[in-house]
Design a protein around this ligand. Structure first.
Ligand SMILES: [Zn+2]
Length: 372
């Protein structure tokens, strides 16, 4: 082994050195193959010394005029022109992820000393621009040996990132609407902002990020919500008290004049989900006075309570009670549907006192009311 090292060190010609190495490796393989599976060849000694070389020197191989590329003084390969070598270097830099992800490439630089020298080089040291680029990226020279110093590429990229600017909400108050009612005065809209970042990468890995500029592309539009402040004066004068919610949804339409006609009750629906098929519940203890189909009400149930109060449940998909049946507050009277004159499934609920329709919200506590 020692003799072999001395032997190889004494030879400066790479071709001979490579050939000798190949022959030695082949011999080891053959010896290992013939001496059985127990034989483990000793590893080759590999020098840690950087390879700094002038391959044309003392070479008996054919020489050719060209330009040599050196990284930190170590020869990499030769090419026909310095332009081709410079492009190979640029291409290797781009291989570190530059300009491959939609970012704009700003600049790159090497910590290494890159130099080009004209002269005569062994023909085998010549390589194409593409191959030289690959050598630089993999950190090897034309003969596959590791370079003395690997490339240290610092690059800068510019990214433009678009962010949503969330719109704000402003509340206005009016005594022309009852307390607890809300209406959308004007719709809001989110804006868009473009942020430009300069990102610094070292060998393709981000090491720094700086916000260069920020620009508003689309201004956000403020949402305006109108809230009612008008008090329910009737609330304290009615003796019946609080009703059981016929459906625990939200009020999609209130009591009063709607689209030029009187809406005698409230519409109850579910936010973000269909209420179709959900149970409709009796609002107070009472007796069923009607249960059947009734024109625009569709499948409809009415229940008589104490204090001259009557409640009505309309547009049901199914009726689950009979006339004369006694009910407790919270008992199911049927299922919510879309029968009769409707645009979608909801529970239409009415309250009468001595035959006069009153706002059911006088007796119910819904947090979320949409007044349209
Ligand atoms: Zn209705």
């Amino acid at each position: 082994m020692k003799n072999f090292s001395e032997f190889t060190n004494s030879i400066k010609k790479y071709r001979v050195q490579l050939l000798a190495t190949a022959v030695f490796v082949a011999a080891l393989v053959i010896i290992a193959a013939f001496s059985g599976s127990r034989a483990v060849p000793e590893p080759l000694e590999v020098s840690d010394e950087p390879v700094v070389s002038q391959p044309a020197e003392e070479s008996s191989a054919a020489l050719a005029e060209g330009v040599g590329l050196y990284v930190d003084g170590a020869f990499v390969a030769a090419c026909d022109s310095e332009e081709a070598l410079a492009e190979a270097v640029a291409s290797a830099a781009r291989s570190y992820g530059l300009a491959s992800d939609g970012a704009e490439e700003a600049a790159y630089s090497f910590a290494n000393a890159i130099s080009y020298e004209s002269g005569e080089f062994a023909e085998e040291a010549f390589a194409s621009q593409k191959d030289i680029s690959a050598m630089l990226f993999s950190g090897t020279d034309y003969a596959g040996r590791p370079l003395a110093a690997s490339l240290s590429v610092t690059s800068k990229k510019t990214y433009v990132i678009e962010n949503v600017i969330e719109h704000g909400t402003r509340s206005v108050y009016t005594d022309s609407m009852y307390e607890g009612y809300m209406a959308v005065e004007s719709e809001g809209a989110d804006g868009v902002e473009a942020e430009t970042y300069e990102v610094t990468l070292y060998n393709g890995v981000e090491v720094a990020r700086e916000l260069v500029s920020s620009e508003t592309l689309v201004e956000p539009v403020e949402e305006v919500l109108r809230y009612g402040t008008k008090k329910y004066y009737g609330r304290t004068t009615v003796s019946i008290g609080t009703l059981h919610k016929p459906y625990d949804g939200y009020v999609s339409s209130g009591f009063g004049y709607r689209w030029g006609r009187m809406h005698n009750g409230i519409d109850l629906a579910q936010h973000g989900a269909s209420c179709y098929g959900d149970p409709a519940l009796c609002a107070a203890d009472g007796v069923v006075t009607a249960a059947g189909y009734r024109g625009g009400y569709g499948n409809c149930v009415t229940v008589q309570h104490d204090d001259g109060m009557e409640t009505l449940y309309a547009h049901l998909s199914r009726i689950g009670v009979e006339v004369g049946q006694e009910l407790k507050a919270g008992d199911q009277i049927g299922n919510i549907g879309a029968t009769g004159n409707v645009t979608g499934p909801h529970l239409h609920f009415e309250v009468y006192i001595d035959g006069v329709a009153v706002d059911p919200l006088l007796f119910l506590d819904y947090d979320f009311v949409i007044y349209d």
